[in-house]
Write a protein that binds this ligand. Structure first.
Ligand SMILES: [Mn+2]
Length: 350
């Protein structure tokens, strides 16, 4: 599995070594889950440069790699020993400080950023990766059913977010995909309103946007519910978002251009008079991180391929009123999608 990924990267660059200095690329190319370590990968050698805190773990996880003690042999020495001419490095996550320091120790060596190359290799998920994401999505679905029982007048958003986190961790999640969004009432007009101490009131829209990590892979879903009876305006907004979401789901398949999917959804919201209230892209891929390539937005020229992941999350946000977002996570397939999110999406009035 790691060999296949590494070969795929080498196919897209003329670097003679890949210098991998950060997660999640280290995990993706070696299986190692620790921090403060480095991979040096040539076409026929693989080193993991780490310190004594990680010797046992690195030996167990990065089994294809020869271990190097960083206290005795610094990274620059490992790179020098391989006589490299051109180093592929992670320009998106490496600090300028680290880069300048490394460069000063490697005279006459060329550097090329390979962050995007690796992100592109990561776009297509293996069956094994999809299975992990499916489980992470299932735990989140169960979390949503669970949290509905706790929504009552006077309960704080942070209490709901915490209950949701606790539940998902107990179900096997190792962490949250990101800080849980639980935004109620006028706060639901903030697309990324993290849970606050605001108390839930009757008539509030309550948006939950959350996900969890399972075996290194994340999920992401959003649902908006109402406490009590929804007003006519709330119903209209909800109906519009749901229609936009379903329209996108119905056309998604391998071979379609991402921006065309975004447009189908966006036009429904625009035609209902809420074009100005949907400011973000329709969706994004995910995997080891919650935002991966490709994205699905008006600017995304990517033609979707089988086994890419995509979120589908249109929304309408009205300041001083509230907002609605509905998000499913799907696998792109030939001829359609596999939807990994199965929570109810007709408007729930609690
Ligand atoms: Mn999302």
């Amino acid at each position: 599995m790691y060999t296949k990924r590494i070969n795929e990267i080498f196919k897209n660059t003329d670097c003679d070594v890949l210098f991998i200095s950060a997660q999640p690329e280290i995990f993706y190319l070696s299986g190692f889950t620790g921090d403060d370590s480095y991979l040096v990968i040539t076409k026929n050698k693989r080193y993991i440069v780490t310190d004594s805190r990680y010797f046992i773990q690195a030996a167990a996880e990065a089994v294809d790699y020869e271990m190097v003690n960083i206290a005795k042999t610094p990274v620059s020495a490992v790179l020098k020993s391989e006589n490299v001419k051109k180093i592929g490095y992670l320009e998106k996550s490496m600090t300028c400080f680290y880069f300048n320091n490394l460069k000063s120790k490697l005279d006459g060596v060329e550097f090329e950023g390979i962050s995007t190359i690796i992100e592109k290799v990561r776009m297509i998920k293996s069956e094994d990766e999809i299975e992990k994401i499916r489980i992470a999505a299932k735990i989140a679905d169960e979390g949503f059913s669970h949290i509905l029982k706790f929504i009552k007048e006077g309960v704080q958003e942070i209490d709901l977010a915490l209950e949701l986190e606790f539940f998902m961790r107990k179900k096997g999640a190792s962490a949250l995909s990101f800080e849980t969004i639980c935004a109620s009432g006028v706060r639901s007009a903030m697309p990324h309103g993290a849970a606050s101490d605001k108390k839930i009131e009757n008539g509030d829209f309550i948006t939950f946007d959350f996900g969890c990590v399972f075996d290194g892979y994340v999920s992401d879903m959003t649902r908006t519910v109402v406490l009590g009876k929804a007003s006519e305006k709330q119903k209209e907004i909800y109906r519009t978002v749901l229609k936009a979401q379903k329209a996108a789901l119905s056309v998604l398949k391998a071979g379609i251009c991402a921006k065309d999917v975004d447009k189908i959804s966006r036009d429904i919201i625009k035609n209902a008079g809420y074009g100005e209230n949907f400011g973000h892209g329709l969706g994004h891929s995910l995997g080891l991180l919650v935002h991966e390539l490709p994205s699905c937005s008006p600017k995304s020229d990517v033609v979707l391929k089988e086994n890419m992941l995509m979120t589908v999350e249109p929304g309408i946000y009205i300041e001083n009123f509230g907002g609605v977002r509905i998000e499913d996570l799907v696998v792109i397939k030939d001829g359609g999608i596999l939807n990994l999110t199965s929570s109810e999406k007709e408007l729930i009035e609690i």
